[in-house]
Design a binder for this molecule. Structure first.
Ligand SMILES: Nc1ncnc2c1ncn2[C@@H]1O[C@H](COP(=O)(O)OP(=O)(O)OP(=O)(O)O)[C@@H](O)[C@H]1O
Length: 388
């Protein structure tokens, strides 16, 4: 491993040396050329001036004036070659910065309709959605994907890795626009809704690697809703099972996290992230494998916090493993960007299709030591009402 990394490093160093050498040659040739030319001008002045002096057509004083003027021009022009070197270095250093400065958002950051909070239900519909990432336009990730998630229900998306589960979550937050079909919230196409409001007030997102900023826990939670009061932050932390451990820190909610502050465990980080998501009281909650990075004990605490906070919300659980879907009303199985199966845990197991295969595969993994559990859901729903 070290040898491989050493080789990669050596290759990059060699590349950088080659590029710098090329730059050096370029500057060298430019400087040599310009010096040759400018010294030629001086030599030419001396030659022509000397000839004119010999035939008395020019006075010695005039020749000296010419020479001084020619040398002044020569020195000024010589500075150009140095400037040229700075210019080349500056352009290459600034290229990335200019790339970002010139970038234009394809999706507006704000502007659009807002559904009044009291009429908001939280129904999500994927209506024959097709999508390919802009960086890979030829790889269609979602093909005619249709799913209806009634308000207040919990749906788990499962399927093989790379099947498009996380993509579905990103599309609900409108990080990308769909290429075909539509995603609707309470019947409104999300393209007509205000993205800032959608992300800030409607959709809460918790993933397996939440980001904490190097500031106090209070401020970290308040990122969920910047105008929240200290009391509201505390209430959200209580719901997320975070209040107790935060209070146990000597500086409580004023404890700074991050490099210069305390180090929080994976489970604590998750609970701060849950509190942050809960603070905005979102109608729609997306859990992208929120507990997969935790050990069994932390997972149980975080899972308990999640169970509390999914009440009364439309929840989309992206389950890369099957352990997180125990509370799902319905399980939607994705395969190659399409909805392949839909139903309850028992129903899908009986069906003997992709889901049953996934369970068998994960049980085999479990036996071979991988931490995977398959939980049963005891709620029964009519699968037909979920597909569009
Ligand atoms: N930002 C991106 N740009 C380009 N392609 C991407 C991007 N994110 C994901 N993909 C591709 O889209 C496909 C679906 O990925 P996605 O992450 O949605 O799958 P998944 O079902 O969530 O997988 P996993 O369970 O492994 O997380 C994959 O082929 C992946 O390589």
């Amino acid at each position: 491993m070290e040898d491989e990394e050493e080789k990669l490093f050596a290759r990059e160093v060699a590349n950088s040396r080659r590029v710098n050498e090329n730059l050096g040659y370029g500057i060298g040739i430019f400087q040599a050329g310009s010096n040759l030319f400018l010294n030629g001008v001086v030599m030419g002045t001396l030659y022509a001036g000397g000839s004119l002096l010999a035939t008395n057509q020019l006075k010695a004083g005039d020749l000296m004036s010419f020479l001084v003027a020619a040398q002044t021009i020569q020195r000024s022009l010589a500075q150009l070659s140095v400037l040229f070197g700075y210019y080349v270095r500056g352009i290459s250093a600034g290229a990335r910065v200019f790339e970002f400065v010139k970038l234009e958002a394809t999706i507006p950051v704000k502007g659009g309709r807002i559904i009044p909070y009291h009429t908001m239900m939280g129904t999500i519909e994927f209506d024959r959605v097709s999508f390919a990432y802009p960086t890979r336009p030829h790889q269609t990730v979602l093909k005619n994907f249709s799913l209806r998630i009634p308000a207040g229900r919990v749906v788990a998306l499962v399927g093989a890795s790379g099947g498009g589960k996380s993509t579905v979550a990103q599309l609900v937050e409108r990080f990308y626009d769909v290429d075909g079909g539509a995603i609707r919230i309470d019947g409104s196409d999300i393209r007509s809704l205000d993205p800032a409001w959608l992300r800030g007030r409607v959709v809460g997102f918790i993933n397996q690697e939440p980001v904490l900023f190097a500031t106090s826990i209070m401020e970290n939670i308040r990122y969920g809703r910047p105008d929240a009061s200290d009391n509201e932050v505390r209430e959200a932390a209580k719901m997320a099972n975070a209040h107790e451990f935060v209070e146990a820190f000597p500086r409580g909610y004023n404890t700074t996290v991050g490099e210069r502050g305390v180090t929080v465990s994976g489970g604590q980080k998750q609970r701060i992230a849950i509190a942050r998501a809960l603070l905005k009281n979102p109608k729609i909650l997306i859990l992208d494998e929120a507990t997969s990075a935790l050990d069994a004990e932390s997972e149980a605490i975080v899972q308990a916090a999640l169970e509390q906070c999914i009440q009364g919300r439309t929840v989309l659980i992206i389950a890369h493993r099957l352990s997180t879907i125990q509370n799902a009303d319905v399980i939607a199985v994705m395969s190659h960007g399409r909805l392949a199966e839909i139903g309850t845990h028992e129903g899908l197991k009986k069906l003997g299709g992709i889901y049953a295969d996934l369970i068998r595969q994960q049980q085999r993994d479990d036996k071979t030591g991988k931490n995977v559990k398959v939980e049963k859901t005891d709620k029964v729903n009519t699968p037909a009402s979920w597909a569009l």
